[in-house]
Design a protein around this ligand. Structure first.
Ligand code: FE2
Length: 299
């Protein structure tokens, strides 16, 4: 623990194995690097189905309802409660630059959105179907889950020209269990390239300590506590370009980032965050589910 092995400099990438049955080599690469790319895990048709359903949900959404902007660059969210209450809902979050100085959207709403979250997988039938299935269940078991449950889902829009930068972070900062069990399942729904702000990882960086923890303070407001203030070795970051249909599995400790999308193409992606039910889930985590929407696995 605590350092990156010198001989790790790339991200392992394989064609998706039949039935999600990862080979021993794939599992060992995942443990060593903290990231595993599985090309063609889902069909382009299924990606399009999800994008089309997301488009319908966007059509039904009224941007006037939203006063929250999600940003990891440090800008304050205008209203924490809109975010904090979204763990068992379908809510929309706008890009930092979505509004002009007069508070009007600069462009149409679809091209102003940062993301949608965080319970589409349990509330929407099309998202539910995409998020579950025997292949994903098999991947989860092979990488070591005992009783995996899908904690949250996010649909990332990364719109052309204004899709914001996401600075280097670990997802276990926000999705913390004891022991840590968070794993991200990230699906490219459109081709992700350097130009439109693909994910980038520090291979082997999941062996570094958890650097921050985000939780609800005594007054209910979110706090991000720094646990380790050594800077990320960002010179080791590697782009993870991915064709539509690719699944990227990554450890909750794997440091990752993405640049702003300054290209004319969007970069839609869908992420599931999975935790193990056998681990302790603190009541101070931002995401708390209402009792009548229990967490479920991949079945
Ligand atoms: Fe992340």
């Amino acid at each position: 623990m605590g350092h990156i092995q010198d001989n790790i400099g790339s991200i392992p990438s394989y064609s998706a194995p039949l039935g999600g049955r990862l080979s021993d080599e794939m599992v060992s690469d995942f443990k060593k690097v903290g990231v595993l790319v599985l090309r063609d895990f889902v069909s382009v048709a299924d990606c399009e189905k999800l994008r089309s359903r997301a488009g319908q949900l966007v059509d039904e959404f009224d941007p006037g309802d939203v006063r929250s902007v999600f940003s990891t660059t440090g800008q304050q969210q205008l209203d924490d409660s809109y975010f904090i209450e979204s763990g068992d809902k379908i809510r929309f979050f706008l890009e930092d630059d979505a509004f002009d100085d007069d508070g009007k959207l600069r462009q149409d709403k679809e091209h102003s959105l940062n993301k949608m979250g965080h319970a589409m997988h349990d509330l929407d039938p099309v998202f539910d179907e995409f998020s579950r299935g025997s292949d994903l269940a098999e991947v989860a078991l092979r990488i070591g889950f005992v009783d995996p449950v899908i904690l949250q889902s996010m649909y990332i829009f990364k719109p052309p020209n204004i899709g914001g930068e996401v600075v280097c972070h670990q997802d276990s900062t926000y999705i913390y269990t004891q022991p840590e069990s968070c794993v991200g399942f990230w699906f490219a729904l459109e081709d992700a390239t350097l130009e439109n702000g693909c994910m980038q990882f520090i291979p082997g960086g999941h062996k570094l300590p958890l650097k921050k923890r985000n939780y609800r303070g005594a007054d209910g407001k979110l706090i991000t506590e720094t646990l380790d203030d050594t800077p990320w070795p960002e010179d080791r970051k590697v782009p993870c370009e991915a064709k539509a249909g690719t699944l990227v599995v990554f450890d909750g400790r794997a440091p990752h980032l993405s640049a702003a999308n300054s290209s004319p193409k969007s970069r839609h992606a869908y992420t599931l965050h999975v935790i193990d039910r056998t681990c302790y889930y603190p009541p101070s985590n931002w995401l708390q589910r209402r009792d009548d929407l229990p967490l479920r696995g991949f079945e």
